[in-house]
Design a protein around this ligand. Structure first.
Ligand code: SF4
Ligand code: SF4
Length: 448
């Protein structure tokens, strides 16, 4: 009998009270000193005493203990198989009408070598046919399209046309269509938003990288002008008119103050509580950062900034709360690279499993004009996560953002380890959830 390798212990959440958390099952349990010591003894090979047998059985039934290593291996395989379903019954397609962008952000991999490719009309037709073929072949009822770029609003015609066609095609099949759009927000206007919303529920995710001063340093037009004012005004106009808008932002570790100012300004504008969410994340900077690997986990500063900003968003009650709920949820991967029904299609019709590598046709798994089996995604072919050993976070991480890692290192055999981020964020979120649920009485061995 041994503790599952996917269980982490948070000692002394209250005096003499400890929490065991199963990353694999997203489940926690409170134990006292005696139980924690007994778990250590059982893991070392000791048999339970008569008094301990019931406790051991409960922990075994709830997956905190496993009979042996093979038990954990089997559970991990089953978990990853279930996770590969992605969004149940849904084909999730990231669609790139163009690689062209009307900004030249300082941390963007396109900054030095801007791309101009746009999807041609024949490729657009082949793309729509390919999507619907997948829907039919897999008997899926839902289609979710994520418009991405380049900047999708430089091709508003494409977005409206494809949304109209896909919405009608899904309705004819008795299914549903919805969409989201990641946009820099510069060209976002109400008529376009309303046109898209006619064809399905949708959300715009707009990037604001801190307050005006910081944002205008990072997110600039090609002539160097900042873009904050126009984007902020568009966000306010759309959110006020009832469109669904999320604000995202990318920060460097020393920019917490600037992001706090952005939150102040959103609150003052009156739209902060009308937004669908606010989520900041550390920048994946292909220009400035070196490579990371499992043995060189770094980024403790950015983790601290992330935790601080998420706390601020929660304190301000900006919906929805992110720290214990959404943030943890967003970490309960694995990411869509590992989903069976997830694809990204670039403007030339190449099909990928990860948006980060779109445009790099060597990493495509097929092409919209091709029939027959797709090839295994090069990003997962070498199974880089096998080097992660007994990491407790394997069920939600599986080697991290392998697409982002490839962009930084051009290697397919490295993981992108953010173990320190997992450790800190899970600790914080799980203990909060536990204490909120069990506010008074010490809990012994009852599973949550
Ligand atoms: S590998 Fe990274 S960029 Fe690609 S789908 Fe996963 S998290 Fe997203
Ligand atoms: S599973 Fe993720 S967190 Fe764990 S060692 Fe591998 S890359 Fe790092």
């Amino acid at each position: 009998m041994q503790m599952s390798r996917f269980v982490v212990a948070y000692p002394d959440v209250r005096p003499g009270e400890h929490v065991l958390y199963s990353v694999l099952d997203d489940r926690y349990v409170g134990v006292d000193d005696l139980t924690l010591a007994a778990v250590a003894r059982w893991t070392a090979g000791a048999a339970p005493s008569a008094d301990e047998a019931e406790t051991q059985q409960i922990l075994l039934d709830d997956g905190f203990l496993v009979p042996d290593r093979g038990g954990d291996d089997a559970r991990l395989r089953a978990h990853l198989e279930a996770a590969s379903e992605g969004i149940p019954g849904t084909l999730y397609v990231t669609l790139m009408p163009t690689l062209q962008c009307n900004l030249a952000c300082s941390y963007c991999f396109q900054k030095e070598n801007p791309a101009f490719t746009k999807m041609s009309s024949p490729t657009e037709d082949a793309t729509l046919e390919w999507i619907l073929r997948q829907i039919d072949a897999r008997a899926l009822r839902h289609l979710k399209v994520h418009y991405f770029g380049g900047e999708p609003t430089t091709r508003k015609d494409y977005c409206v046309r494809t949304a109209r066609m896909l919405s009608a095609s899904m309705a004819a099949r008795g299914g549903t269509f919805d969409w989201q759009m990641t946009t820099n927000g510069v060209l976002l206007d109400l008529p376009f938003a309303k046109a898209m919303e006619e064809f399905g529920k949708g959300t715009f995710k707009v990037t604001l990288d801190g307050d005006k001063e910081t944002h205008d340093r990072e997110r600039v037009y090609r002539d160097g002008r900042g873009s904050f004012d126009v984007i902020f005004d568009n966000v306010v106009a759309l959110a006020t008119a009832g469109s669904k808008v999320r604000v995202g932002g990318n920060f460097f570790p020393d920019q917490a103050k600037s992001f706090e100012s952005l939150l102040d300004r959103l609150e003052k504008s009156g739209v902060a509580h009308k937004l669908q969410g606010i989520r900041f994340k550390p920048i994946v900077d292909t220009q400035r950062l070196g490579s990371g690997s499992c043995t060189s986990c770094s980024g403790s500063e950015e983790t601290a900034t992330l935790v601080q900003l998420n706390k601020s968003i929660e304190r301000r009650k900006l919906a929805p709360p992110v720290l214990a709920g959404e943030m943890l949820e967003s970490m309960l991967g694995p990411c869509e690279l590992h989903w069976k029904n997830n694809y990204t299609i670039d403007p030339e019709g190449h099909v990928y499993k990860c948006p980060a590598v779109a445009g790099l046709s060597d990493l495509a798994v097929t092409h919209v004009a091709r029939s027959g089996a797709e090839k295994i995604a090069p990003l997962v072919e070498l199974r880089p996560w096998e080097q992660c050993g007994d990491c407790a976070y394997m069920p939600v991480c599986v080697g991290g953002c392998l697409g982002g890692q490839y962009l930084k290192t051009h290697r397919l055999d490295q993981v992108a380890c953010k173990k320190d981020l997992f450790e800190q964020s899970f600790h914080e979120a799980v203990v909060r959830r536990y204490l909120a649920e069990f506010s008074e009485e010490p809990v012994r061995t009852e599973a949550a």
